[in-house]
Structure formats: C-alpha cells, structure tokens
Design a binder for this molecule. Structure first.
Ligand code: HEM
Ligand code: HEM
Length: 185
C-alpha cells in the first residue's frame, strides 16, 4: 500500500479535492472501458455478437461510457476554468516559446517543468481532447444505433480509431506522471 500512499500524497499536495477526485474517477472509468472493450463484439451489421458475456460487456460499456462522458465534461470545464485555454493550447495563439524551451530541456536529457504554455501542459490539453473525442464518438454511435440508423457502423469505426489516441495518452502521460511522482518524493 506504500505505492498508493505515495501517489495519493502527491495528488493531495498538488490538486484541490475536486480535481483530485475527478482525475481519479476519469482514470478508473477509462481503464474499466478499455478492459470491457476486450469482451465486446458489435458486428458490422450492428447486431450484437452472441453470448451473455458479450451482452453484459456491451451494456456495461454503454452505461459506464455515458457516465464517463458526463464526468469528462465536468473535468474539462473545471480544468479550463482553473488554468484557462492558453495554458493547455498555446499554439492556438501561435505561442510556441515555452514549448521550444521544454523541447530543448529534453534534448539536454533533463525533465521539463510542468508549467503554463509548456510541453507537458500542451500534452495534457491533447489528452483532454482525446477524452472528449472518444466519449462523444461513443455517444453519437449509441444514438445512431438505438435509432437503427444505417451509418452507425461508420461511427463505431471512428470510435474504435480514436480510442487508440486515448490509450496512447494514458500510457504516456500515466507512466511519465508516475515517474515524476517517484522522483519528487
Ligand atoms: C472514455 C470512454 C471510452 C473508452 C476508453 C472506450 C474504449 C473503447 C475501446 C478500447 C474499444 C475497442 C476498440 C477496438 O476494437 O479497437 C471500444 C469499442 C466500442 N465502444 Fe467504447 N469507449 C468509451 C466510451 C464509449 C461510449 C460512450 C460508447 C457508447 C455509448 C461506446 C461504445 C463502443 C462500441 C459500440 C464499441 C465497438 C465494440 C466492438 O469492438 O465490437 N464506447 N471502446
Ligand atoms: C485518461 C486519463 C487521464 C487524463 C484525461 C488526465 C488528465 C490530466 C490533466 C488535465 C492534468 C492537469 C491537471 C491540472 O494541472 O490541473 C493531469 C495531471 C497529472 N496527471 Fe493525469 N490524466 C489521466 C491519467 C493519469 C494517470 C493514469 C496518471 C498516473 C498516476 C496521471 C498522473 C498525473 C500527474 C502526476 C499529473 C501532474 C500533477 C502536477 O501538475 O504536478 N494521470 N492529468
């Protein structure tokens, strides 16, 4: 349990309770969704594959997915209110100064600081984007599917593609985050 205490102590020092709990809930839901997706099969003709496990997995993925969408909207709103848009997306303002400094820090084999308009905050911004895209595409698929629209399968394929972005983000940001926690404790 020492591992968990180290992580929780770091987040207690860094985040307000609201951000800390939202961040935990998002992590748990996203991991649960990725695990569930391994037991699911919605065929190209939009019929559910057979079996009770598949049925249970698909409906759990849908219910948890809708919950993830709602929590994600709250998390994104809280983060944008806390830091502002420029903190996560400086390149929208053609502001590359801090990102360039951070890239040069990495090229000197040093860990860049977590700071506004920097590389790490920009990557976190992309993570929030991947989270929104994944949950929103799932919701749109669900609305098309439940109303028997023929092009639901295209949205399913789109959802399956964008989940890869979120998977890459959670592995990259998660492992860097853990390294940072252990280095700073
Ligand atoms: C953060 C939330 C979500 C995550 C991380 C997630 C993750 C995944 C992953 C990893 C897959 C498998 C992709 C593949 O086969 O390559 C998948 C498939 C799927 N997801 Fe999601 N999903 C999320 C939200 C949702 C929502 C909100 C819905 C609908 C309400 C949904 C519906 C589906 C469907 C229909 C499939 C295709 C099932 C199949 O593989 O046959 N997902 N999801
Ligand atoms: C899809 C899942 C995740 C999303 C969307 C996400 C998103 C974010 C965002 C937006 C921030 C910035 C928060 C702020 O400064 O107010 C952040 C910070 C952080 N996250 Fe995550 N995160 C996820 C998963 C993880 C995982 C699995 C870990 C591993 C422990 C992790 C560790 C961290 C750390 C260490 C920070 C930096 C704290 C600091 O500023 O010192 N995150 N995350």
């Amino acid at each position: 349990m020492k591992l968990w205490h180290k992580i929780n102590d770091y987040f207690k020092d860094t985040f307000s309770p609201l951000v800390r709990y939202l961040h935990y809930i998002i992590i748990i839901l996203v991991i649960a969704q990725i695990i569930l997706s391994n037991f699911m099969n919605v065929e190209h003709n939009q019929k559910l594959g057979g079996g009770i496990i598949n049925y249970f997995a698909v409906w759990s993925h849908i219910i948890l997915g809708i919950s993830t969408f709602i929590v994600s909207l709250i998390f994104i709103a809280v983060e944008l209110k806390k830091h502002g848009v420029r903190y996560f997306y400086p390149y929208i303002y053609r502001d590359y100064d801090v990102i360039k400094l951070d890239v040069s820090t990495i090229l000197h084999f040093k860990e860049p600081a977590i700071r506004p308009r920097g590389l790490i905050s920009s990557i976190e911004g992309l993570g929030l984007g991947a989270l929104l895209l994944t949950t929103l595409s799932g919701i749109v698929w669900f609305l098309l599917w439940i109303n028997h629209y023929p092009f639901a399968s295209y949205m399913q394929e789109f959802h399956q593609s964008v989940t890869t972005l979120l998977e890459i983000y959670i592995i990259g940001h998660g492992s860097m985050g853990l390294l940072h926690i252990f280095k700073s404790s």
